[in-house]
Design a protein around this ligand. Structure first.
Ligand code: ATP
Length: 445
C-alpha cells in the first residue's frame, strides 16, 4: 500500500510552502514547480546526504560541477541527438491531447489490458501513429539562429562527467575503480502531464560514474545496486515500499549489459526513483571517437592502457523528495482533534527543533530567544511565539519538525524546559545546559 495519496501530499506542500506550481500568477506552466523555504531546506538535506555517502564517507569518488551547455558534439557522440526521443501520439478525438505511447502501453499492461489497443485516457478517442519526439531543449548561442549556433540544455548530468574524465585523471590521483559524482539541473521536454514533481521539465539529478577495470564491472554493478537501495532506507523509507527491478532484455539500452531501477511505491504505483546501469565502455568509446582524443586509463607501471567500464547510479533529487514526503505523511488524532504530521527522519527534517515560549510575557519570549539563538548555531532551529501553543505545535508537525522546546514558568525556577517528541508526543523536562548536545545525539541516532 502506498503511504499516502498524491492529493494529500500536494495539498500539504502547497499549504506549508514546501513546493508549489511555478508562474502561478500567470496560470502556471505544465510540469514546473517552485520550492519554498521548507522545500529548499529539505532538498538540501537530501543532496547533503548524497554527497556525504558519495564523497565524505569514501575515498574513491571525487566531485564535479560541469556546465549545463556543452559543445553540441557531446550529444551527437552520446546518442542523444539521434536516439533520445519518445514515441509521441496525439488524440484524434475531442481533447486533442498529446501522450507518450510507451507510458500508455505500460499502464495498459499494469491494468491487464491490451497494450496494442490503447485509447486516449482523457476522452477515449483514437490516437495517431506514434512519431519520435526529441526530449532535448534546443537554444542558440549569439543572435543568429542557424545550425552552427545551436546548443542544447543537458538532458542528463552524466555526459559532463565523461567529457572531464581525462582532466580528472590528470589531477585527482585516482585509478580505477574510482568514481566522479555530480549534482545538477537537467532539462527534458516532457509532455506527460501530472504526478506533481515526479516528472518535470527541469529537475536535479544526482549522478555518479564509477570507472572500473572491465573484468570487475559485474561485481561493482551488484555492489552499487545494493548500496543505493540501502541509502534510501537510511533516509527513512520503509523497505517494504522499495524494490530493485532488473530491466528485461527488451528494455535495456543496446550498450548496457545490466540495468536495475530502484523503485518506490508512490501513490501512482511502483515507479523509478533511480536507475543503476552497467554501461560498459560505450560513453568513453563514443567521446574518444568523436573528439579524436585518447580517453584510456594508462597504468604508469606497465604502460598498458584500457578503457574502463562504467557503473552509473543515476538518481533524481525531486523524486527522492517526493518519496520522502509520501512516506512521511500521516494523520492521527490528539485529544479528539485531527493532526497532520510529516514523520520525516530527523536528519531530513527542514527544521530540527522549534523553540516556543509558553506565554508572550513574564520573560518567556526573552528566555526562549536566548535558547533559540544558542541552538541555531548548531542546527536548523525556528522560534515561534505566534498563536496558542497547540497551534504552534501543529504547524511544526506539518513541516516535520521532530522536536519542540517550550519555555514556561518552571524554566525560571530550575533552568529546565520541556522537550516534546513529534512522534511519541512524550514531553520530558530537560536542563537547558547541554540541550544542543542532547538534540544532536537524538538527530544523529
Ligand atoms: P523515466 O523512465 O521515468 O522517464 P528515465 O529512465 O528516463 O526516467 P534516467 O534517464 O535514468 O531516467 O534519469 C535518472 C533519474 O533522473 C531518474 O531515475 C529520475 O529520478 C530522474 N529523472 C529523469 N527524468 C526526470 C524528470 N523528467 N523529472 C524528474 N526527475 C527525472
Amino acid at each position: 500500500m502506498p503511504a499516502a495519496t498524491m492529493d494529500e501530499v500536494v495539498a500539504l506542500c502547497k499549504r506549508r510552502g514546501l513546493i508549489f506550481p511555478a508562474s502561478e500568477i500567470y496560470g502556471g506552466i505544465a510540469n514546473t514547480y517552485d520550492y519554498g523555504h521548507y522545500g529548499v531546506l529539505l532538498k538540501r538535506n537530501v543532496s547533503d546526504a548524497w554527497w556525504k555517502a558519495m564523497i565524505q564517507e569514501r575515498d574513491d569518488i571525487v566531485a564535479l560541477d560541469s556546465a549545463i551547455i556543452q559543445h553540441p558534439k557531446t550529444w551527437e557522440a552520446s546518442g542523444h541527438l539521434s536516439g533520445f526521443s519518445d514515441p509521441l501520439v496525439q488524440c484524434l478525438g475531442k481533447c486533442k491531447k498529446r501522450w507518450r505511447l510507451d507510458h500508455l502501453q505500460e499502464a495498459a499492461v499494469e491494468n491487464g489490458e491490451d497494450p496494442a489497443a490503447v485509447k486516449c485516457p482523457q476522452c477515449g478517442g483514437d490516437l495517431t501513429e506514434p512519431r519520435a519526439f526529441n526530449l532535448m531543449f534546443e537554444t542558440n548561442i549569439g543572435p543568429v539562429q542557424d545550425e552552427s549556433s545551436t546548443v542544447y540544455l543537458r538532458p542528463e548530468t552524466a555526459q559532463g562527467i565523461f567529457l572531464d574524465f581525462k582532466q580528472t585523471l590528470s589531477y585527482a590521483r585516482k585509478k580505477p575503480p574510482f568514481g566522479i559524482a555530480q549534482i545538477g539541473k537537467s532539462f527534458r521536454n516532457e509532455i506527460t502531464p501530472g504526478n506533481f514533481i515526479f516528472r518535470t521539465l527541469e529537475f536535479e539529478q544526482m549522478e555518479m560514474e564509477f570507472f572500473v577495470p572491465p573484468e570487475e564491472a559485474e561485481q561493482w554493478y551488484e555492489y552499487w545496486c545494493q548500496e543505493r537501495l540501502n541509502w534510501y532506507v537510511k533516509l527513512g523509507i520503509n523497505p517494504e515500499r522499495l524494490r530493485l527491478r532488473p530491466h528485461e532484455a527488451d528494455e535495456l539500452s543496446f550498450y548496457s549489459s545490466g540495468t536495475s531501477d530502484v523503485e518506490y511505491l508512490y501513490p501512482i504505483g511502483w515507479s523509478e526513483l533511480e536507475g543503476v546501469a552497467n554501461r560498459g565502455n560505450y560513453d568513453l568509446t563514443q567521446h574518444a571517437e568523436h573528439s579524436r582524443q585518447k580517453l584510456e586509463w594508462k597504468d604508469p607501471q606497465t604502460g598498458k592502457g584500457y578503457l574502463p567500464h562504467v557503473i552509473e547510479p543515476a538518481a533524481g533529487l525531486g523524486r527522492t523528495m517526493l518519496a520522502l514526503l509520501c512516506e512521511a505523511y500521516d494523520e492521527d488524532e490528539i485529544g479528539g482533534e485531527k493532526r497532520t504530521v510529516l514523520r520525516l527522519h530527523p536528519s531530513m527534517a527542514p527544521i530540527k527543533v522549534a523553540v516556543l515560549p509558553l506565554l508572550r510575557k513574564d520573560g518567556h519570549p526573552e528566555k526562549a530567544r536566548e535558547i533559540y539563538e544558542a541552538l541555531r548555531k548548531r542546527m536548523s532551529t525556528e522560534y515561534d511565539d505566534g498563536g496558542n501553543i497547540g497551534k504552534r505545535y501543529r504547524r511544526q508537525d506539518e513541516i516535520g519538525t521532530p522536536y519542540g522546546i517550550t519555555v514556561d514558568h518552571q524554566t525560571f525556577e530550575d533552568d529546565t524546559v520541556t522537550l516534546r517528541d513529534r512522534d511519541s508526543l512524550s514531553q520530558e523536562r530537560v536542563p537547558v545546559a547541554g540541550l544542543a548536545d542532547l538534540l544532536e545525539a537524538k538527530i544523529n541516532a
